[in-house]
Design a protein around this ligand. Structure first.
Ligand code: NAD
Length: 475
C-alpha cells in the first residue's frame, strides 16, 4: 500500500489536491504520495512563520535549546522506522541510512549547545560598545536528495536556535523521512516555527523570490545556487549556499597501501558517490600508483551493489533517473575515449529496474576527461598518477570548485603543509567525510557562499547589531 504523507503548516498536517509520487530507486515502485504545494500553500506557510516569529524570537535561548533537544530525541526514538524509510526513498544501504538518522539526531543535539553571546567591542572610560545578534526573521530552507534528513535538520536546528522561524522544502525525490519527522515534531514545536512543504522544482524559485522570506539557506548544485543568488538579489535576502564539489585527494608515496586502499574506496563510494564532499578525483604518487590502484580495485570487487534494504549491500542505486542517466553518460564518454577501466565500465542491463551503476574505477584518465573535470556524483572514481607534490597541488586546485580535499601520508606535518595549499573549505589529513557541528563547513570558489555549522554557521541566521553607549554623557 502506498502511504499518503502530509505537510506541516502552522502546526497542522495538511494535504493538497495536487500530489506527487515518490519512487524507490532500487525498484522504481511508488512508495509514497506527497502534497504538491504551489503559491497558495507557500503563502500560508510563510504567513504562519511570520506570525510565529515575534514570540519565538523573544523566547530565551535555553527554552529554544530545550525544544531542539526534544526534536533530536524524537528522531532518535523513531530511528528504526526512519532509517528504513530513508533507504526506501534514497537508496542508501541500511547501515548508511542508520548513520544518517543517528547522525542527524546527534548533530541537532550538538547544535543546540551553540551560543550567540554578545561581544564587547569597546569598554573604555568613555564608551561601551557591544555587538548582539538578532535573528533575521523567516528563513526559506531548500534541500537536496543525497542526505535529505541530515540537510533538513542542519537547517532547521540553527534557524530555530537563532530565534528564526523556517519554511523548509525537501527535494521532490526524497521528502518522505522528512515529512515523517514533520509529524513527529508537530506537537513539540510551537505552531508556525517550523513549516515543511513539498512541491515540484517550481516551488524552489517561489521560495527564493518570496517577499516575506528574509533569508535562504540552500544545499544543492552550483547551477541552482547561482539561480538562488539571482532570485534573492531582488530584495537582498541573506543567503547561505552549500554547493557542488570536485574534491581531490592526494596520496603521497609514504602512504601505507594496505591501510589506505579501503578508506580511499569508501571516501568515494559511500552513498554511491552521491556526497558533496566525496573524493571525486584521487591523485596517487607514481611510486605506489600500481600497487594502490590494484588494491583499491581488488577491494571494490568485494563490495556488492544492490538494493540498500538487503543485507550485504555496500553500494545502493543512484537516487533518481536523471542522475542515473548523467552518470551512465560519463561512463559512456570514458568508453568512447578509450580510457582504461580497473573495474566496472560495462553497460549494465538496460531492461532491469532500479538505477544501478556498477562500481567503476578508471585507470589514469587525462586531466581533461569529463570524469576528471566534472562532478560525477555517482559510483565512478578516476585514479590519476602524479610525480611531484607541486604538480598534484596544481592539478587539485585547477577547478572552479573548492569544497573539500584530503591528503594521505605517514608524515602528518607534511600532510598539513599540503592541506594549507589546497583551495577548499575543508581538508582532511588521513581521514575523510568527518564534519563537526562545531566547525564551519562551507565551500570556497563556486562550491558555496557562507557556511553551515559552528558559530559561523549559526551567525548566518542573524544580523549583528552594535549598541554603543557614551559613558557619563549626561553627567
Ligand atoms: P539541485 O540543485 O538540483 O536541487 C536542490 C534543491 O533545489 C531541490 O530541493 C530542488 O527542488 C531545488 N531547486 C531546483 N531548482 C531550483 C531553483 N531554480 N530555485 C530554487 N530551488 C530549486 O541539487 P540536487 O541534484 O538535489 O543535489 C545534488 C547537488 O547538491 C550536487 O552538486 C552536490 O554536490 C550538491 N550538494 C552540496 C552539498 C554541500 O553541502 N555543499 C551537500 C549535498 C549536495
Amino acid at each position: 500500500m502506498t502511504t499518503a504523507y502530509k505537510n506541516l503548516i502552522d502546526g497542522e498536517l495538511i494535504s493538497t489536491n495536487r500530489t506527487m509520487e515518490v519512487l524507490n530507486p532500487a525498484n522504481e515502485d511508488v512508495i509514497g504520495i506527497v502534497p504538491s504545494c504551489g503559491k497558495e500553500e507557500l503563502d500560508r506557510a510563510v504567513a504562519a512563520a511570520r506570525k510565529a516569529f515575534p514570540a519565538w524570537s523573544k523566547t530565551s535561548i535555553d527554552d529554544r535549546r530545550a525544544v531542539i533537544q526534544k526534536i533530536s530525541a524524537a528522531i532518535k526514538d523513531n530511528a528504526d522506522e526512519l532509517f528504513r524509510l530513508l533507504t526506501q526513498e534514497q537508496g542508501k544501504p541500511h547501515e548508511q541510512a542508520k548513520g544518517e538518522i543517528f547522525g542527524a539526531a546527534g548533530m541537532v543535539a550538538a547544535q543546540s549547545t551553540l551560543s550567540l553571546d554578545d561581544e564587547i567591542n569597546e569598554d573604555s572610560d568613555t564608551r561601551l560598545s557591544r555587538t548582539r545578534r538578532v535573528p533575521v526573521g523567516v528563513v526559506g530552507g531548500i534541500v537536496p536528495w543525497n542526505f535529505p534528513v541530515m540537510m533538513a535538520m542542519q537547517k532547521i536546528a540553527p534557524a530555530m536556535l537563532s530565534g528564526c522561524t523556517i519554511v523548509l522544502k525537501p527535494s521532490p525525490y526524497t521528502p518522505l523521512a522528512t515529512l515523517r519527522i514533520a509529524e513527529l515534531i508537530k506537537d513539540i514545536v510551537p505552531a508556525g516555527v517550523v513549516n515543511i512543504i513539498t512541491g515540484e522544482d517550481a516551488l524552489g524559485p517561489m521560495i527564493t523570490e518570496h517577499p516575506d522570506i528574509d533569508k535562504i539557506t540552500f544545499t544543492g548544485s552550483t547551477a541552482t545556487g547561482k539561480k538562488i543568488m539571482e532570485g534573492a538579489s531582488k530584495d537582498l535576502k541573506r543567503i547561505t549556499l552549500e554547493l557542488g564539489g570536485n574534491d581531490a585527494s592526494i596520496v603521497l608515496p609514504d602512504a601505507d597501501v594496505g591501510k589506505v586502499a579501503e578508506q580511499l574506496f569508501w571516501s568515494s563510494f559511500s552513498n554511491a558517490g552521491q556526497i558533496c564532499v566525496a573524493a571525486k578525483r584521487i591523485y596517487i604518487h607514481e611510486d605506489i600508483y600500481d600497487d594502490l590502484s590494484q588494491a583499491i580495485a581488488e577491494y571494490a570487487r568485494t563490495v556488492t551493489v544492490g538494493d540498500g534494504s538487503q543485507q550485504g549491500t555496500g553500494v545502493g542505486p543512484i537516487q533518481n533517473k536523471k542522475q542515473f542517466e548523467r552518470v551512465k553518460e560519463l561512463i559512456q564518454d570514458a568508453r568512447d575515449n578509450g580510457y582504461k577501466f580497473l573495474t566496472g565500465g560495462e553497460e549494465g542491463d538496460p531492461s532491469g529496474t532500479g538505477y544501478y551503476v556498477p562500481i567503476t574505477i578508471l585507470d589514469n584518465p587525462p586531466e581533461d576527461a569529463r570524469i576528471v573535470a566534472e562532478e560525477q556524483f555517482g559510483p565512478v572514481m578516476p585514479l590519476m598518477k602524479f610525480a611531484t607534490v607541486d604538480e598534484a597541488v596544481e592539478r587539485a586546485n585547477a577547478s572552479e570548485y573548492g569544497l573539500a580535499g584530503a591528503v594521505w601520508t605517514a608524515d602528518t606535518d607534511k600532510g598539513v603543509e599540503i592541506a594549507e595549499r589546497l583551495e577548499t573549505g575543508t581538508v582532511w589529513v588521513n581521514e575523510y567525510l568527518h564534519l563537526s557541528p562545531f566547525a564551519p563547513f562551507g565551500g570556497h570558489k563556486q562550491s558555496g557562499f557562507g557556511a553551515e555549522y559552528g558559530k559561523e554557521g549559526l551567525q548566518e541566521f542573524t544580523y549583528p547589531q552594535v549598541i554603543t553607549v557614551k559613558k557619563n554623557a549626561m553627567a
